[in-house]
Structure formats: structure tokens, C-alpha cells
Design a protein around this ligand. Structure first.
Ligand SMILES: [Zn+2]
Length: 471
């Protein structure tokens, strides 16, 4: 047998179902052996006292995506660099269809933007903004070429689909066995509340949370569940933030509706009160849905624990705070209606979940791996090459120091955004080395790879995630 290129020895290897202390032998970018005391290896990596995890998969990020006059800080290089420093090896940004244009062209344009630029592997979810007859006819080819998850919005001017348009997309998705990802908020409820607040002169950032009421998310969640059940199509409801929405999803899952749910760090550790921080600081927390309240946070933790949430993603949407196209206006007062919706978080997703979840005893380390890696690979069609450490899988591996204490700060992050909403937050547990296809891309705070090392990965057939026993 050929010698191993790399042996990772002495670590605790964690998968979504179990943990075992063993060594990992890597040849040509893949795991070829798991065993005790593996000899040899051109390179030997000591993992004593470390956890050895499948690389994080962040299936909800926005990179290089135009958004009106707002400027998105991260392109494919800075975004994937930040992802790699945060322990991720695969990210799934979106390819946005400009209204009136071809979706296939949009996907191609994003392929070109990413080509040769990425430091982690990547794939795309096409966003359908304008499902005309010609676009619906393009869809089967797009899906078959490895874009099996389609995103639609129920809110936002220029993005929102009507119920009728959603049904048209669902019909194609069902036929082609694609998954439809949903931004579920009621457009008219948000408009109505926004206009009422504005006419009272209530324009500070905190009113963003009032405009995007929990009820608006809950209504849209209910409606999309009803439409999906009626059409018998698989959906994933993104960035779920309220207790009632979680309960509705759980009830639908129990009835056999094919619905996956996702939540994000901002719904675990931020609240609407952060939007009311002094001065202009509140603008740094404006995203949709907005962070809610302590009871919603508790509900999100319960959902992560009991399996309602299969997915934990960042929804990294890096709008800058300062400067033209940023969150605060270059002149005049802050007006929540014009603050770009989105916050950065691609690098801090795993440390926050590990620290607040695993270190704090809310979830175990296997569940951590499930919701941050394995289930993303299963649902979006990369399993069993990605999302686990097993013979035959890609050697996308993160060495994790469970006892390292870090204070999150803009100073230590690698995105091109100019702030982090988690400034000053202390976490315990941090990624110390990231390997992509067996090659170290980040080690102890240094980048060890060139842009282009990350490859496009087409989505294959999805597999059902293991559903944890619902309590
Ligand atoms: Zn998003």
C-alpha cells in the first residue's frame, strides 16, 4: 500500500452520530484509513487534546451579491478566507437572478465570479426573482447541472414572489426533485407596519425589529407550509427565529411534510434590544428576520436540540457599517427603512455554536457536527463525500481546540466587512487548523493556501438527515 500523504494522530474524531479516538490516514485528498497507531505519512499532524471534526459547511451565505445601492463587503476570496479561518471547508452562496433576465445566465455569471477565487469549496443556490415561462423552462437544466436547491423570497421589493409564482416554482421543483429554500416573512404586514412607524416618525434602527414583527414571520411560515404540503414538495425554511414558527414547523414535520428548518447565530445570542444600542450602533444588528427576545432564543435552542432544526447557518450578509453603501448614512439621521438588511458571521458561526451550545452544555458535540456540517451535506447533496470523517470521504477536516478561549473582535477576523456584531463576546473552543482535500489551508492564524484551491462542487442526490429523537 502507498504511504499516506498525511496522518492526523491522537485526536478525538467526531461525527454526527459518534465520537472515537483514532488516527486518520489521507491519500490524494481523501480519507483512506481510520485506525489506531497508523504508521508513516509524509506529514504527521498531532491532534492530541484536540477534536477532529468534518469541515464546517455553511449553506447560507451571501458573497459578491448585488443589493441595490448597498455594497456587499465580501467577494469569493475574502468570504471563503473568512470561512476557512472559522473552520469551514464548503460554503453555499446564492446566484441571484436579476428581474427580467435569464436565471441560467445568472448562475453562469456567479460561476465566473468564483472561478479561481475561492479558498474553500463552494456551490450555489439560484435565487428565483422572476419565474416567467422561459425561466421555468430553464429550471430543469439548471437543477440537473448541480443546482438542486432554489431560493425564493416571500418578502422584499424586487425579490418577493406571489403565492401563484411560488406554486409555479414548486411544480417544477417537485417534478425535478429539487429543494426550495424559503425566506418566510409576510411582505404586506412588513409594509403596513413600516408605513405606520414612519408616519409616527419612528425611524431609529430599533423600529426595524417592530416592522418585521414575529407575526409576519409566523404567517408566512404557516402559509408556505400549507402550500408545500398541498404541492407535496420539499422545502427548507431559512433563518427561523420565533417560537410559534418553530412549533408550526415541528407540527408539519410530524405530519410528514417535507420541511427542513434552519436557524442562525443571531437568533441564539442577539435580541431586538441590540438594535437599540446607543448612537448608530443599533444599525450593526439590522437583519431580517431581526433578532427577537430571550424566549425566542430559548425556543431556537430547543429546536436545535430536539431536531426541528437540521441546519445551523450564518446567513453571512456582509454589509459594511461605515462609508458609502454601508449601514449608516454618510449624511443625515439613521432611517431603518434604508439600512441594508444583513450582518456578517461566516467566521464566528462555529465558535458561537460550540461555545454557547457544547461548552455550555446545551447540545452535545455530535449534534454540533450534525447541524453545522453533516446535515448540510445530506440535504444539499454532498453526502457521503462531505460532512463526515470516514473512509472514502474528502479529507475536509478541522482540528478544534475545545478549551481555547478567544474574545471575538473585528481585529482578529478575516472578512472584508468592517465590524462584527459579536465584538467583545468571549467564546471557549476555536478552530486551530483547517484542511481542505487533505491540504492545510489555515493553521494557527495563518493562511496556507492560494485563492483557487477551493473548487465548485455540484449538488448530487440529497439524503435524509438523521432526525434526532424529538422530545
Ligand atoms: Zn440570507
Amino acid at each position: 500500500m502507498k504511504d499516506f500523504d498525511t496522518v492526523i494522530y491522537g485526536g478525538q474524531v467526531v461525527n454526527s452520530t459518534h465520537t472515537v479516538t483514532c488516527d486518520i490516514g489521507i491519500v490524494d485528498g481523501r480519507v483512506v484509513a481510520l485506525g489506531e497507531h497508523l504508521e508513516g505519512g509524509q506529514e504527521r499532524i498531532d491532534a492530541n487534546n484536540l477534536l477532529v471534526l468534518p469541515g464546517g459547511i455553511d449553506s447560507h451565505v451571501h458573497l459578491a451579491q448585488p443589493s441595490g445601492s448597498a455594497i456587499m463587503a465580501d467577494d469569493f476570496t475574502s468570504g471563503t478566507k473568512s470561512a476557512a479561518f472559522g473552520g469551514n471547508t464548503l460554503v453555499l452562496p446564492f446566484a441571484l437572478q436579476p428581474v427580467g433576465e435569464s436565471l441560467a445566465d445568472a448562475v453562469q455569471a456567479y460561476q465566473a465570479k468564483a472561478q479561481g477565487k475561492a479558498l474553500t469549496d463552494y456551490s450555489f443556490h439560484p435565487i428565483i426573482t422572476d419565474p416567467t415561462e422561459p425561466v421555468l423552462r430553464e429550471l430543469p437544466n439548471i437543477i440537473r447541472s448541480g443546482h438542486r436547491s432554489l431560493k425564493i423570497f416571500m418578502a422584499y421589493d424586487g425579490l418577493k414572489l406571489s403565492d401563484r409564482q411560488i406554486l409555479d416554482v414548486f411544480a417544477v421543483a417537485r417534478r425535478e426533485k429539487a429543494l426550495v429554500m424559503i425566506h418566510a416573512e409576510n411582505y404586506d404586514m412588513i409594509r403596513f407596519a413600516t408605513e405606520a412607524l414612519a408616519s409616527d416618525g419612528k425611524l431609529a434602527p430599533k423600529y426595524h425589529a417592530a416592522a418585521h414583527a414575529m407575526a409576519a414571520e409566523e404567517e408566512a411560515t404557516n402559509r408556505i407550509l400549507a402550500l408545500a404540503e398541498w404541492m407535496n414538495v420539499a422545502i427548507a425554511i431559512l433563518h427561523v427565529s420565533t417560537r410559534r414558527a418553530i412549533e408550526e414547523i415541528r407540527a408539519a414535520q410530524r405530519q410528514g411534510v417535507q420541511v427542513f428548518a434552519e436557524t442562525c447565530p443571531q437568533y441564539l445570542v442577539l435580541t431586538a434590544e441590540d438594535l437599540d444600542r446607543p448612537g448608530k450602533e443599533g444599525a450593526k444588528f439590522v437583519c431580517s428576520p431581526p433578532p427577537r427576545d430571550p424566549d425566542s432564543q430559548a425556543a431556537c435552542w430547543e429546536g436545535l436540540k430536539n431536531g426541528v432544526f437540521a441546519l445551523f447557518s450564518s446567513d453571512h450578509c456582509p454589509f459594511r457599517f461605515e462609508g458609502a453603501g454601508g449601514k449608516q448614512p454618510t449624511s443625515g439621521e439613521l432611517d431603518f427603512r434604508s439600512i441594508p438588511n444583513g450582518i456578517p458571521g461566516i467566521e464566528t458561526r462555529l465558535p458561537i455554536l460550540f461555545s454557547e451550545g457544547v461548552t455550555a452544555g446545551k447540545i452535545d458535540v455530535n449534534r454540533f457536527v450534525a447541524v453545522s456540517s453533516t446535515n448540510h451535506a445530506r440535504i444539499y447533496g454532498f453526502y457521503p463525500k462531505k460532512g463526515l470523517i470516514a473512509v472514502g470521504a474528502d479529507a475536509d477536516i478541522v482540528l478544534w481546540d475545545p478549551s481555547q478561549r478567544v474574545t471575538i473582535s473585528q481585529r482578529i477576523l478575516h472578512h472584508d466587512c468592517d465590524y462584527t456584531p459579536y465584538e467583545g463576546r468571549q467564546v471557549t473552543g476555536w478552530p486551530v487548523r483547517t484542511l481542505l482535500g487533505g491540504k492545510t489551508i489555515v493553521h494557527e492564524g495563518s493562511l496556507c493556501a492560494e485563492p483557487g484551491v477551493g473548487q465548485f462542487r455540484a449538488q448530487g442526490t440529497p439524503t435524509q438527515p438523521h432526525v434526532q429523537q424529538a422530545a
